[in-house]
Design a protein around this ligand. Structure first.
Ligand code: FAD
Length: 474
């Protein structure tokens, strides 16, 4: 009888424990992907990614003499049908660690076992299980640095597994749906047109991205990772988000490179991977991370209801070039540089006083790397309401941040081309440029580029006053 290999957020063949186990059974394998109602937890940008990733996975499986079965519906119903059709008695999958994933896993396991089906789940989305790290008193970590220290002293993550050489097919393949039935791609307008130039979804694309980064970007990462116009970040996050590459594979690259790349660059990359782990650790212990303030003190925060401000932020029309460049990079490519994510998030929450959950929701729908843990944890970090958060009074100044991290305006010029001809001195503050300078550059504020929707200094004071109004200790 065959075993069912259920793919979820692990769309890869390498370092995949469920696959490795399937091979050891020596039985025919039925690889399956289930499209959940309403796209499960995925936003629209990630649906685009998923479509292409499933195409890539199908091809890789075909090279092993196998296929990928596509079925849609609630997982329990789909699995029961396939079990009845195929006579399978065993189901294997890799775990998800978001609250819905955990809930599905435990309910499914109980139901399948009650039906006499063996259900096995495996780790692999993280370097360590999110429950593994415990404080001295047995609780969970709320602060990153001690979490990192505990992580460092808890032993090296396991070596990644090689991909299988073949997957035995069943005698008869059950029916499959087709990807086109799922309508994962945008139709009109085709907002993903530019995604194709930037990304190659799939395991091979992920491995290539890692190799390119290791060759050309990693040296200097510790410092240059803050400069959005420079090629010093890996852009691996969307591949990680759907599990096309495992964190253990990236970690291994940092180990192999020891000696060739400066230690501070390797450590810095490891620390970022551990921020991802920390986010999952927080989500595991506080499943409402995307919905509720981690710090209750913020529950009474006087957020403004400002649909127009929210829309101007979403469209990249705030009048602050670094903010607009970031929001347009997000819309055009489905991704935004980390430094700029912090700047735009601070702008929404502190300059516009709009609830961080609005930002979290927009990112979830537009990011190809939308991640239930990192997105929620990072928004709460910026808002000041999170665990180990930036203090609320630390408000990013969009002008000086731009001047510091995009000193020649290359990033702004790329995504806000209407400001292209402005001299460097004014690229981050066109509103301070004398009229003749604007005219020379073909910029007409309020017409070709918006005037600032808020005055940053005044907005900063407003935010601090709102914060002071909160009761309780900070
Ligand atoms: P690199 O610098 O190359 O880092 C390598 C990997 O480390 C990343 O792919 C990522 O998995 C991890 N990592 C790096 N920085 C962080 C971080 N601050 N927190 C957690 N993990 C990190 N990241 C997501 O993957 N999904 C999200 O939905 C997401 N939402 C965010 C929202 C806000 C408001 C902010 C400020 C940050 C968010 N991040 C999110 C974290 C971070 O911005 C991205 O992980 C990073 O920009 C991805 O680019 P990269 O792969 O080139 O990163």
């Amino acid at each position: 009888t065959p075993v069912i290999l259920w793919f979820r957020k692990d769309l890869r063949l390498g370092d995949n424990r469920a696959i490795a186990h399937a091979v050891t059974t020596g039985r025919p394998v039925l690889p399956l992907y289930i499209h959940e109602p309403n796209n499960g937890p995925l936003g629209r940008a990630q649906c685009w990614w998923l479509h292409h990733s499933l195409v890539a996975l199908t091809r890789s499986l075909e090279r092993l003499g196998s296929r990928l079965l596509l079925r849609s519906g609630p997982p329990k119903a789909v699995l029961s049908t396939l079990i009845a059709e195929s006579g399978a008695t065993e189901i294997l999958w890799n775990r998800r660690y978001d609250p819905e994933g955990i809930e599905t896993d435990s309910a499914l396991k109980a139901a399948l076992r009650a039906d006499g089906i063996t259900a096995h789940s495996f780790p692999g989305q993280l370097l360590h299980e999110p429950s593994r790290m415990k404080t001295g008193t047995g609780g969970f970590y709320r602060v990153y640095t001690p979490f990192w220290r505990a992580f460092e002293s808890s032993g090296e993550p396991e070596e990644p597994l090689p991909p299988p050489l073949a997957l035995p097919p069943p005698d008869v393949w059950p029916d499959t749906e087709t990807l086109d039935d799922w309508h994962l791609l945008p139709t009109k307008p085709d907002w993903a047109a530019e995604f194709r130039n930037v990304w190659t979804p799939g395991e091979a694309g992920a491995q290539r991205r890692l190799q390119d980064f290791v060759k050309a970007g990693l040296q200097g990462y510790a410092v240059r990772r803050n400069f959005p116009a420079e090629p010093h970040v890996s852009m691996l996050s969307p591949h990680l988000a759907l599990g096309e590459i495992s964190p253990a594979q990236i970690w291994r690259a940092t180990r192999v490179l020891a000696g060739d790349v400066r230690v501070e660059d390797l450590t810095s990359l490891r620390k970022e991977l551990v921020w991802r782990e920390f986010s999952y650790h927080l989500l595991f212990h506080f499943p409402e991370l995307a919905r509720r303030n981690f710090s209750e003190k913020f529950d009474g925060f006087p957020w403004r209801n400002d649909p127009e401000g929210l829309q101007r932020w979403q469209r990249g029309e705030t009048g602050y070039p670094i903010v607009d460049a970031g929001m347009r990079q997000l819309w055009r490519t489905g991704w935004m540089h980390n430094r700029v994510r912090m700047i735009v998030a601070s702008f929404l929450v502190k300059d516009l006083l709009i609830d961080w959950r609005e930002g979290e929701r927009w990112f979830r729908d537009t990011l190809v790397d939308a991640d239930p843990a990192s997105n929620a944890a990072s928004w709460q970090w910026v808002a000041g309401s999170g665990a180990d958060a930036a203090p609320f009074f630390r408000i990013f100044n969009p002008i000086s941040q731009g001047e510091k991290f995009d000193p020649d305006g290359a990033y702004v010029r790329k995504f806000v081309p209407e400001l292209k001809a402005l001299p460097d001195k004014f690229i981050h503050k066109p509103f301070d440029a004398p009229l003749p300078v604007l005219e020379d550059a073909g910029v007409s504020l309020g017409k070709t580029y918006p005037l600032p929707i808020v005055d940053h200094k005044a907005a900063r004071e407003r935010a601090l006053a709102a914060f002071r109004g909160l009761a309780g200790p900070s």
